[in-house]
Design a protein around this ligand. Structure first.
Ligand SMILES: Cc1cc2nc3c(=O)[nH]c(=O)nc-3n(C[C@H](O)[C@H](O)[C@H](O)COP(=O)(O)OP(=O)(O)OC[C@H]3O[C@@H](n4cnc5c(N)ncnc54)[C@H](O)[C@@H]3O)c2cc1C
Length: 388
């Protein structure tokens, strides 16, 4: 078994790391999820430069503005972005909508939707969750009714991250209320400026702004249906696996962990360096093991994608381990730092620009891209073959 990258892949990794070190200086790095206007614009400008270099979608086919390399290079890219703490923008477009349109879209849809994503021009949000449908997404109530060559959308979506930035919303709607619940659902892309669509702000724990999204007789062209009508559930499940596969989340936590280890080597408590404290050392060693496992699980998913496989339970294993590992690391860091760990960024005494406080706050929610319980259900059923 060979875990090595090829020489060409190593060169790409080194090029992108050097580029990000130069272009994303510490004052512009996103130490945790708070998203200011300035951060957003900066992140977007970096993505445009990456697109100009042909790196943003290096794993996509050339005809859609891609590399044309593959999932390994796309993963090298994601790892570098996370480790470089580039403010995250455009992730729904790049990691969810792009791959879904590539798999399920018509040639016209690929032509229309993919190149603007590859150029970092189009921003998307995802309208899946609803007031009465979260984990049990199959019971969604949002309706799309065909009327000539249009679909009329009615209902509400919850927790729409990026809603205030997006030009498009990628959504699930019930198109056949008489079919069994998973079989009457379809996927659409709607322009958020469509009359009848409106947003109400929902601030998240990490400071970024999501929305509850309302649709009141919003009419979209039927050409905005992605994939087969009433097969949207199955398309969406494949899409969610793309969302759960990424290395970016792992790498940003790894960067904070690496910085934290350096901090322990230089910070004294009761006259002794934290790195000399045997309890702190054992705790750090335990986190190191968990981080290493997380990285390998993510790379296993990338490797599976590079063979043409669509990871499913494997993506859940990597995502679930990451969610739990991130929380364990931040709790450990909080224990080691004591009250200093709770200080937010800017005050004179805060450490690592408040990164520990920020990432700890963000780690408290275990719900994004499927809750921990839902991932355990997936692993039990599809990974272990246990009955539903
Ligand atoms: C940061 C963040 C960003 C998000 N962004 C988006 C977005 O852009 N678009 C979007 O559509 N959604 C988004 N979501 C919503 C996310 O997909 C939902 O939070 C998730 O699907 C869970 O739904 P819920 O919050 O309604 O919880 P519920 O489904 O109500 O679950 C409540 C609790 O019950 C448990 N539970 C539920 N069902 C089961 C079961 N069968 N077995 C065991 N336990 C169960 C859950 O694990 C959870 O602990 C986001 C969430 C977060 C945290």
């Amino acid at each position: 078994m060979n875990f090595e990258l090829t020489e060409e892949q190593k060169k790409f990794r080194s090029d992108i790391r050097s580029f990000l070190e130069e272009e994303v200086p510490p004052e512009h790095q996103a130490v945790f999820g708070v998203e200011s206007e300035e951060d957003y614009r900066f992140g977007r400008s970096i993505q445009r430069k990456l697109a100009d270099n042909g790196w943003l979608t290096i794993g996509w086919p050339t005809e859609y503005g891609g590399g044309p390399k593959g999932p390994i290079e796309q993963s090298i890219f994601s790892e570098a972005m996370g480790y470089g703490r580039v403010p995250r923008t455009g992730t729904t477009a790049l990691n969810i909508v792009g791959p879904a349109v590539m798999y399920f879209g018509t040639p016209e849809q690929k032509e229309k939707y993919l190149p603007p994503i590859a150029r970092a021009e189009a921003e998307y949000c995802q309208g899946f969750s609803e007031p009465n449908a979260g984990s049990d997404l199959g019971s969604l109530e949002f309706r799309a009714v065909r009327d000539g060559d249009e679909n009329v959308l009615n209902g509400s979506k919850m927790f729409t991250s990026w809603a205030f930035r997006a030009q498009y919303i990628y959504l699930l709607a019930r198109t056949d209320p008489d079919a069994p619940k998973h079989r009457g659902i379809s996927l659409f892309i709607a322009d958020v400026k469509t009359p009848g669509i409106s947003f109400r702000p929902l601030p998240y724990i990490n400071g970024s702004m999501a929305a509850q999204t309302y649709f009141d007789d919003a009419r979209i062209p039927s050409s905005a249906l992605i994939g087969e009508e009433n097969r949207g559930w199955y398309h969406a499940m494949a899409t969610l696996d793309f969302e759960r596969s990424g290395l970016e989340r792992y790498a940003s936590v790894q960067r904070t962990f690496d910085d934290f280890v350096e901090l322990c080597k230089t910070t004294k408590y009761n006259g002794k360096l934290l790195s000399e404290n045997p309890i702190a050392r054992h705790k750090l060693a335990k986190i190191k093991v968990g981080m290493e496992i997380w990285r390998l699980l993510c790379w296993k998913v990338a490797w599976m994608q590079s063979t043409g496989a669509v990871p499913n339970a494997e993506a859940s294993v990597a995502f679930l381990h990451g969610t739990v590992q991130r929380l364990e690391f931040t709790q450990t860091a909080m224990e080691i730092l004591g009250l200093y760990g709770t200080l937010m960024h800017d005050p004179k005494w805060s450490l690592m620009r408040g990164a520990i406080e920020g990432i700890h706050r963000e780690s408290m929610h275990l719900h994004g891209a499927g809750t921990t319980e839902i991932h355990r259900n997936i692993i039990a059923q599809r990974g272990l073959g246990l009955p539903r």
